[in-house]
Design a protein around this ligand. Sequence first.
Ligand code: ADP
Length: 378
Amino acid sequence: MILIVDDKQLNLFSLKRILEVNNFEVDTASSGEEALKKILKNTYALVILDVQMPGMDGFEVAEIINGYSKTKDLSIIFLSAVNTDKRFIQKGYASGAVDYITKPVDPDILLLKVKVFYRLFEQAQELNRIHETLREEIEFRKLAEKKKDEFISIASHELKTPLTSIKAYTQLLERSAEDDNVENRKKFIQRTLAQVDKLHGLITDLLDMSKIENGKLVLNKRIFDFGQLLRNTMDIVQQTNPQAILEHEGDATVQVYGDDVRIEQVLINYLTNAIKYSPDSRKVLIRTLTEGDSLLVEVVDQGVGIPKEKQAQIFDKFYRAEETSNRFQGLGIGLYICSEIVRRHNGSFGVMSEPGRGSTFYFSIPLLLANIETMKTA
Ligand code: ADP
């Protein structure tokens, strides 16, 4: 928008008309004071400023415009009825003006100058936009770099912990090799194996994450009975977490077309998280429900819960809620992998939670029927 400042209504009117006929948006002010108020409030591409006005004259207005950081680069065309004396022109330029037109105004010259300034303004705006985008990109990359560094440090720590235990149990085993306490040796071997499993799980998650990043996570889809898969998964989780009370509610005897190994991975992740983040409660409920063309699976715990503002990020890579990150070990990539697996099955996922009362993690995947329909229309 262009601002025209002149104390004479007739001049304002005729200049406004010339510019509006040429498709410029125009605003007007009939005094220096009014012009300053408008300039501070709105963004203008250019100000056409009458030099001789009662009260604050054009040069004074220009000096003030020049003094504010927000408006210092604003282009000004001075209008002067005064014979263009060199002294006046110099005064105009010194106070930040960029051009000068004498009255009576030649519409062609005015338009020519206005067009040049308008283009300059648009280019400056475009540069600002590019600058802003670049700044955001740099910020984003810095943050990603920081997250990666933090992750490397967490991952190293997480990998080192089971390794240290394995070393300790192996040393104990070595020391007990000569005595005949078979029970002791069995115990050390079992504990070593549990730590090896932990290490194996962590490395598998790291490899999965890298596969997702490189677009190399391959799914081997086939038709399988979800009920059977759920029973097997509950058995596996129960074995590694004998203290947990796992309960299933709802019908799960449905045929699903998908990668059973990967769906099992999602279930294991949801269940082990439900157990891990519920230090004071042993009960975990699995609810299954067929809704139209999809199967909905909910894992309900009565654990620590997640604050509302963190729930949206919980499936993001490396994200761990600070409230729990010191108390519970983890890499912050399990749910990210789950989300990718469910997405690749055209499913949806999410969480409902209340701090201190527990969480319900859910995912839904299309049933075989829905898949056959999509295959037909594809
Ligand atoms: P990890 O458990 O290794 O940190 P996940 O990706 O599995 O990584 O989970 C990400 C974060 O989500 C966890 O750090 C924790 O803050 C939160 N979270 C996941 N499951 C639960 C749950 N059942 N109850 C409370 N918080 C959870």
